[in-house]
Write a protein that binds this ligand. Structure first.
Ligand code: PMV
Length: 293
């Protein structure tokens, strides 16, 4: 018979996210708009005699749980992490992995499923990963959201410019050096985020293009878009579309995922193809953290 106190095998998954607008400015208290995407990370935990799995994640997550619940020891387990989300490319992989791992570990320890608690603990993990996170990534991947009218959502293409040489932590620190000088830009991102809200309801394509273009210019002004990626974005704009980096960005060459939009999606796919850059479509606004049975 199974001991009712014995930890059991568990699976928890979390989606990735995109930043529609407001990254970096959100670190300084400005609003940001994020949406979940239908690429997920699944974390499985099952009882084992000895720990096996990614010890880097374990070293970050276990101390957070032990501290919160005043635990000396966590029973051994096998940790499996399967990710559909490209890592370190601005799609929220660290928040998704941390949230799913914490969710699975708490369930393994028979602690009641509580999204607010998991969100708090995931924010602690994000601090270890990113130094000074805004908390927007963890909130989005845990609570899910937002839905966008299909006439906009169906014309997004995500282009992968590659994994940036710089981490999110480094990019956030780079911006922090000049944060006072950038105050006006952060204010302007706030204005654009507010202008984007009604557009996400009414689906006005031209307004959407204008806002994304202006938002991207602001991101360029704070130095988080490399010359290489700026030139790709200019090509998309010239062809009548709009594109922006998604997340922390990069200054050397690759900036991770580019969020690109064009009323004729094929135009973007052609540009990405001509540059030999992988591209893909995602559904937006999917469910947040969930237990997979
Ligand atoms: O690149 P990502 O997915 O880690 O997103 C970072 C977003 C920032 O606004 C730059 C930082 C933050 O904590 O919100």
């Amino acid at each position: 018979m199974r001991n009712k106190f014995a930890p059991s095998a568990l699976k928890v998954s979390a989606p990735g996210k995109i930043h529609l607008l407001g990254e970096h400015a959100v670190v300084y208290g400005k609003p940001a708009l994020l949406a979940t995407i239908d690429l997920r990370v699944t974390v499985s935990i099952s009882p084992a005699k000895k720990f096996s799995g990614n010890s880097v994640f374990k070293r970050i997550i276990e101390p957070i749980i032990k501290k919160k619940f005043n635990l000396q020891k966590i029973p051994s387990y096998k940790l499996e992490v399967n990710s559909q989300i490209p890592l370190g490319c601005g799609l929220g992989s660290s928040a998704a992995i941390s949230a799913a791992y914490i969710g699975a570990l708490l369930s393994f320890l028979k602690i009641k499923w509580d999204l607010n608690l998991i969100n708090k603990l995931t924010f602690e993990a994000e601090k270890v990963f990113h130094g000074n996170p805004s908390g927007a990534d963890n909130r989005t991947v845990i609570f899910g959201g937002i839905t966008i009218p299909s006439k906009l959502a169906n014309n997004f293409v995500l282009i992968n410019t590659g994994k940036p040489a710089e981490t999110t932590k480094e990019m956030v620190e780079l911006v922090a050096v000049h944060k006072d000088k950038y105050k006006k830009i952060f204010d302007d991102q706030e204005r654009l985020v507010k202008e984007l809200l009604p557009v996400l309801k009414n689906g006005n394509k031209q307004e959407f293009i204008r806002i994304i273009r202006e938002g991207e210019k602001n991101l360029e002004s704070i130095g988080v878009v490399s010359i290489f990626v700026k030139s790709i974005i200019r090509q998309i704009e010239k062809a009548g579309g709009a594109a922006k980096i998604c997340g922390a960005g990069g200054k050397t060459k690759a900036t991770g995922i580019l969020l690109a939009y064009h009323p004729e999606k094929k135009v973007i796919e052609k540009i990405a193809g001509s540059l030999n850059l992988p591209f893909f479509n995602v559904a937006l606004g999917v469910e947040g953290l969930r237990q997979n049975h």
